[in-house]
Design a protein around this ligand. Sequence first.
Ligand code: GCV
Length: 724
Amino acid sequence: MKSTQRAKTLARAAAIVAVFLCATVLPHPANAETGADAWLRYSPLSPQAAKNYERLPPQIVLLGDSPVLKTAQQELIQGVGQMLGRTLHVGIASSRNAIVLGTLTELPALIPELHPPQDLRPDGYWLKSTKFRGSECLIITASTDRGVLYGVFALLSKIARAESLADIDIATLDELQNPYAPIRWVNQWDNLDGRIERGYGGPSIFFVDGNVRADLTRAGQYARLLASIGINGCAINNVNAAPGVLEDSFIAQVSRIADVFRPWGVQLSLAVDLGSPKLIGGLDTFDPLDPRVAEWWRKKVDEIYRRIPDFAGFVVKADSEGRLGPSTYGRTHADAANVIARALKPHGGVIFYRAFVYNHHLDWHDLKSDRAKAAYENFHPLDGAFDDNVIVQIKNGPIDFQVREPVSPLFARLGRTNEAIELQITQEYTGQQRQLCFLVPMWKEALDFDMHIDANIADVNTTPVKALVAGRILHRPVGGFVGVTNVGMDATWLGSPLAMANLYGFGRLAWDPNLTAEKIIDEWTRLTFGNDPLVVKAITTMQLNSWHIYESYTGPLGAGTLTNILGNHYDPSPESSEENGWGQWHRADHAGIGMDRTIATGTGFIGQYPPAVQQLYESLARSPDNLLLFFHHVPYTYVLRSGKTVVQHIYDSHYDGADRARDFISQWKSLEGHVDNERYRDILTRFEYQAAEAIVWRDAICDWIYKLSGIPDSKGRFPTRLSH
Ligand code: GCV
């Protein structure tokens, strides 16, 4: 048995023993929770906190009767009933002292003297206390039904977090909220047989054995969760799409999913195979410039809208990882996107065309070849060639959801194209929900990154990625945020209660990317575990530290996640990155480590950034240490800003990370009795396991680096222990 394998086996055994021991000493479960309610638990407030809502009007007036408005009313009744123990009665338009739910179309007829803000945008909402017919009213209004629903969820969130204690008075409430971007979508990578690619929360909530599930209860509950954080679209199937999703008989089944989404204002979308006209359509071609292909897409789309009138559109992965694409006919990605976009256009649909296009048979001997360059090389020449209802969907980094990557340069280089940023909620490379890794701080770094694009074009001083993807700076008609979620049938949705912070955080950032990670995790923790200050402090601290901790033992200094890229994307296996065509190289050898992506001597990737960003990364002295190995190949003895050599940093980082992962256990144990026993036990088990896995990682990577470099740990921890 190799030493890394032995360490791994021992550590896993230790975790199992620890789990068994802890199971024997815990108190009896009380108030057990499965995590299924996620952040919509609506737990009863303490009598003191509930006092703040004594003036909440006792009845609801609903202006309109759309499914979404009815949902809003129902949700409000449920939430207030559970949290405040009060039954809201349904009143009529002339009722006094009411919570009024309705859009701007209906509201003026009821209360002409009310002047809603002029800048209320689609999906935005306004919460306003006012006097009406001599009594107090609370108005929840919006320009769309969906906005009213979002307003209801916002009010319920405030109550659940007992926010009025510090921040609001129900009698003076006056809050306008607009979403930052129109696109706030999730993608599911569900296969029709019920398995989910990179899903860690059980089988699909949509499909089983090649069909749509008979019971779609969970799909409806998922739509509720999505709506509660402002998400308005969901692509339900894998981007590695089965052509069969477009069979008429299957669309009939899919329309049932759209039916359960609709009351929550979530629009359904499908991932489709570009080869469909040939694969299922009976044509001998899928050439996007062939008029028969265009006609096939037109008819297919018309058929979909006949069954699903609020269908949102398509997601396409083409010429990537073995998928069919326009290259078959020497056509461009714009040709491929536009032929479908034109079919969708009359119905108001959009197409997301993924920029995740690269050659996975690269020549690893060639030091100039670089997968990171692919998205830019494929899409930058096409800027301006895409129709207005095409959105190019770009992963946050140029490789593939690694634990740290620089932001993709493509965001800065598509001035005449709609963009969306694709973030991965499912933790493919970041612990697969078995380890804690709160991703909002990582996403914030990408979204806030200043691309310094030409001020003459943008006419602004800073050009953060969030403003580019939302279409704000370059005045694009549409754009925004897409999160790859992959919830499943597991009661906890993602496979772990704590991982749900990433889904919550994605939705909140898509709504307002200027929210801080601290604010988001404070909200999520209160909603998920209650307002006990001890609980809030401990969980927010663990979550906020977790990304850096995970990074420190799986891929420090920007080397990428040093995982098994040919297998499970989970275990340590740095050798698997090299000597193959996938291009996730770290180029570690006996002399040094890191990819030289400089313009001067490397692959030239840095040249894809705007000049100010090029200057930052090209210079070894200016490059941030946490991305050093992404941009530069350096000797192990290279000295970092901290004064440590690279090799010593790698050793220390792994030991420190493993220690900090172990500390999660005691931090969590401090909450015993403050968190319901079911979740307490479940999460404790996870932290025990993570502590063991961190040791596995620590020992595997330190062993590997030591064998490559021949340089021992200056602190004497290494290689002594592992060599025996
Ligand atoms: C759906 C990575 C993942 C694949 C995924 C692909 C993509 O390569 O490992 O599972 O495929 O990204 O985003 O298309």
